[in-house]
Each structure stands twice: as C-alpha cells, then as structure tokens.
Write a protein that binds this ligand. Sequence first.
Ligand code: PRT
Ligand code: ZN
Length: 210
Amino acid sequence: MLRLAIQKSGRLSEDSLKLIRECGISFITSSLKLKTESTNFPLEILYLRDDDIPGYVADGVADIGIVGENVLVEEGMQRLAVEQLGFSKCRLSLAVPKGDSYEHISDLQGKNIATSYPKLLQTYLDEKGVDANIHTISGSVEIAPSIGLADAICDIVSSGSTLISNGLREVERVFSSQAVLIANEGLDAEKRRVLDKLLFRIHAVQRAQK
Ligand code: PRT
Ligand code: ZN
C-alpha cells in the first residue's frame, strides 16, 4: 500500500484528485476525512496542508505527494521531485507600485521586499548581485507596499489580476512553478513497484491529453 499526500483544500486539491481518478483509481472522498483508501489500487490518500507535504514525504509519513514546485524548492526539498504534472502553473514574480520608476533589477538595491518565499527570492537576488532587505510575511503580501511595509513584493502570480487590483506592476519573473509528484527516497521494492505502476498510468493520461 502506497501513501499519497495531497493538499486538503486549495488550488492543488481538485486537479490532484482529478489526475488520480483519470489514472483509473477509485476512492470515496469526504471533506471531513483525513485519509481514504482506494477501492481498486493499493493507494491510500492523506489530505494535508501543502506546506507540510514535502516534510511528510521526506520523513516517510507519506510515500509520495503532490505539491507546487514553489513550495518544494522553498523548503529545500527538490531532491524529492519525480515528475512535473503540468497543472497549477504559476510564477513567482517581483512587483512594484505601478507609479514607481523601475527599469532594471538593480533598482531594487537596498530596497525592502515583502515575500512568503525568502529563499527563492534570496537565490534570485544573489544571482543578480542585488542586495535587498527581505521581509518574510506569511500572507497578504500584495498589500505590503500600500501599508508602507515594503517597496516591492515577490509573490505568486497566475492571471495577474491580484497585482493589478492592488496597484502593482509585475517587473521580474523569479521562478516558474507547476505541480510536481514527489517521492520518499527510501521506498522499498514493493512500494517502488506500485509507484512505477502509478507513473505508467500518469504518463498514459498525459499522452492522452496532448
Ligand atoms: O492551506 P494550504 O497551506 O494547503 O494552502 P495555501 O493557501 O498555502 O496554498 P494555495 O491553495 O493558495 O496554493 C497552492 C499552490 O497552488 C501554490 O503553492 C502554487 O504552487 C499553486 N498556485 C497556482 C497558486 C496560484 N496559482 C495563485 N494564483 N498559489 C497561489 N496563488 C495566489 C497568489 O498568492 C496571489 O495571492 O493567487 C493570487 C494571485 O492570483 P492571480 O490569478 O490574481 O494572479
Ligand atoms: Zn500552504
């Protein structure tokens, strides 16, 4: 029996469950349940907060999981990545108030930047040779400039409408992300076989969608 961790409720949940169902794996979901067992495949599904998924898979509490690459890399767990899944695509971008002059990343030198992704942002700024002050906040990053907390933000963007409605302009792409399948590095032979079977089905689903 392989244990799969997916997001309990959020942007990854629906597409994660859809992929498993498209693989022909049946299970009964209930919003109250913390886990469910498939009725036709040796798979158990655990419902967790997305941020906890890489840690649980690394520790072996879950064998495999589905999480955004942004969370995986921010947590320094990219070694667990097995397969990009092609959904929940988004980008981590820098944005500044739309009236501010901005031409080049060096314009952020010495500035205050609010983000929930300090490691990804630091890596990017280091690559660009820019020294800025990173303020880590856990949510509502887009309001930081308007309340005087930061000069710029670095946040997840998909349509861009959140930035626009907060008077912000996207100026640099820091990281591109999509959902990824991750696996514990020490799976035994039996679990490995189940994972290979699952991957075979995922590839078939992906081919059919092309
Ligand atoms: O409760 P839990 O911790 O499990 O969930 P969460 O609130 O931390 O995560 P959730 O459900 O918001 O996002 C899960 C994952 O979906 C993220 O880690 C990304 O990999 C992916 N994803 C894809 C997104 C978006 N698109 C997205 N648009 N995550 C967040 N957003 C937010 C963004 O932060 C901003 O506030 O949506 C807003 C911007 O959207 P647009 O369309 O206005 O640009
Ligand atoms: Zn989260």
